[in-house]
Ligand binder design. Structure first.
Ligand SMILES: NC(=O)c1ccc[n+]([C@@H]2O[C@H](COP(=O)([O-])OP(=O)(O)OC[C@H]3O[C@@H](n4cnc5c(N)ncnc54)[C@H](O)[C@@H]3O)[C@@H](O)[C@H]2O)c1
Length: 421
């Protein structure tokens, strides 16, 4: 899909990055590796340590380091593109400011927090003839692209139904959605939007149909104070049963040293200092049963498409693996994907084709897909004929289904979409 027929942009595409956290640092690996195509010229980040950490790597002068978006987007345009990686609830404001100032945008998911906001961004981008690409990384991942290729080949016929299981992984869940900053709907977003907008986007991308009806159920069932075991305390460091707790912060961060990528040492500090500080007084040392979280830990979404196809999506936090399992039932065969392995079975020939993507586990940045996300955005600016793989308007369609699924979860009603039939 060619999103807004934009004038040619010369290389390298100059970039302003907004929010110098994990995602921005990831995308800037692409910039470092492709100096002929992209150049970081300014960093917007309120946290001085993070701002300087990124800016120093690119030799960004002091006057191009900003604390907030208003400062940078009220200046005459400094660059052609903005890469927006700020916290989710700020995306709408940051995106509108950047579009108003004339920047093409690579926008981290989710787009915004309501359908109206998403549509306003699209209207404004159209008005200014700017491109907005949403970082729906599955579209750029070889495994998910292979599933689409198999479906599009026609060999397996038409899709009858899809069961899609998002296995969040217990470590990711406790880190981000219980202790971390994505743990409250009001402060961030519902789990379905924050985590599973990728899944809904993927599902709508592979099917040639539109949503007719959606229903959803879900709750925060386990990570609540009434489930705290006897002997537990407000923090893992004070807990008498920490040694047997599967959700221990000491085990996760200090012993296994997992999920410490967002712990950034201040100058003169070591990573162990940050881990110890978090365990003693930070949000990541808290008991999982005694946090201020309210996002769901289990949810189901049922969708009927306008051609009768049925889709079920299950989000489950209680999994050791952090992966997606998919079963696609089709008229001439079936395609399944468990973790890294796709199998396609053809009914008449009895042929089974297997595709192993386990080698991608060793490639950083989502198997290289993150580099493809920013690569497609930059290439589409350098060559306006090149379509965006994840254009804003397609992402709005999947966000719409999510907003309605959440409405269903809260009201107990099945939500019907306006369709042509
Ligand atoms: N596409 C994916 O696979 C994927 C994966 C993880 C996160 N994300 C999304 O990426 C975005 C960023 O996530 P992250 O993991 O990098 O988070 P992060 O917390 O590491 O980074 C966000 C940064 O934004 C900064 N910030 C806060 N207020 C700001 C403001 N007013 N202006 C500018 N910057 C501000 C924070 O200080 C922080 O450094 C979120 O929308 C998240 O949902 C996407």
């Amino acid at each position: 899909m060619i999103e807004n027929n934009v004038p040619h942009v010369g290389s390298p595409v100059r970039i302003v990055v907004v929010g110098a956290g994990n995602r921005a640092r990831t995308y800037m690996h692409y910039v470092k590796a492709n100096p002929g195509k992209a150049k970081l010229v300014a960093v917007v980040e309120p946290d001085k340590v993070r701002r300087d950490f990124l800016a120093d790597q690119f030799g960004i002068p002091e006057e191009m380091r900003f604390c907030n978006c208003k400062e940078v987007f009220s200046l005459p345009r400094l660059a052609e593109a903005a890469v927006i990686c700020s916290p989710e609830k700020l995306h709408y404001d940051h995106c509108m400011l950047a579009i108003e100032a004339g920047y093409h945008i690579l926008l981290e998911k989710p787009i915004a927090q309501t359908l109206q906001e998403c549509e306003e961004i699209a209207r404004k981008a159209d008005e200014k003839r700017l491109r907005v690409s949403v970082c729906h990384v599955l579209r750029h991942h070889p495994l998910f692209a292979k599933i689409k290729e198999l479906i599009d080949s026609g060999k397996y016929g038409d899709i009858i139904s899809i069961s899609h299981m998002e296995e969040v992984g217990i470590d990711r869940y406790t880190h981000s959605f219980v202790r971390g900053t994505m743990n409250r709907e009001r402060d961030n977003n519902p789990m379905l939007l924050a985590k599973c907008c990728h899944d809904l986007d993927f599902l709508l991308w592979i099917v040639d149909a539109r949503c007719r009806k959606v229903s959803s159920f879900g709750s925060l069932r386990w990570f609540r104070e009434e489930n705290a075991p006897a002997g537990s305390a407000l923090r893992c460091v004070d807990c008498q049963v920490e040694g047997e707790c599967p959700y221990s912060a000491i085990d996760l961060y200090k012993r296994r040293r997992d999920w410490i990528g967002s712990f950034i040492p201040a100058p003169g500090e070591m990573i162990d200092d940050v881990i110890d500080r978090e365990l003693k007084e930070g949000r990541f040392g808290r008991c999982v049963y005694r946090c201020d979280n309210d996002v769901v830990d289990n949810q189901v979404v049922a969708i009927e498409m306008d051609n009768g196809m049925l889709i079920s999506l299950i989000i489950n936090a209680f999994t050791q693996c952090d992966c997606r399992n998919i079963e696609i039932k089709m008229t001439l065969g079936e395609i399944s994907c468990y973790g890294d392995m796709i199998k396609a079975r053809h009914f008449r020939s009895r042929e089974i084709s297997a595709f192993d993507f386990s080698h991608l586990g060793k490639i950083p940045h989502h198997g290289g897909a993150d580099m493809a996300v920013i690569g497609n955005f930059i290439d589409s600016l350098l060559n306006p004929e090149l379509p965006l793989i994840s254009p804003l308007k397609m992402a709005i369609e999947s966000h719409h289904v999510i907003f309605e699924a959440e409405r269903s979860r809260h009201t107990g009603k099945t939500i019907k979409f306006k369709t042509n039939d």
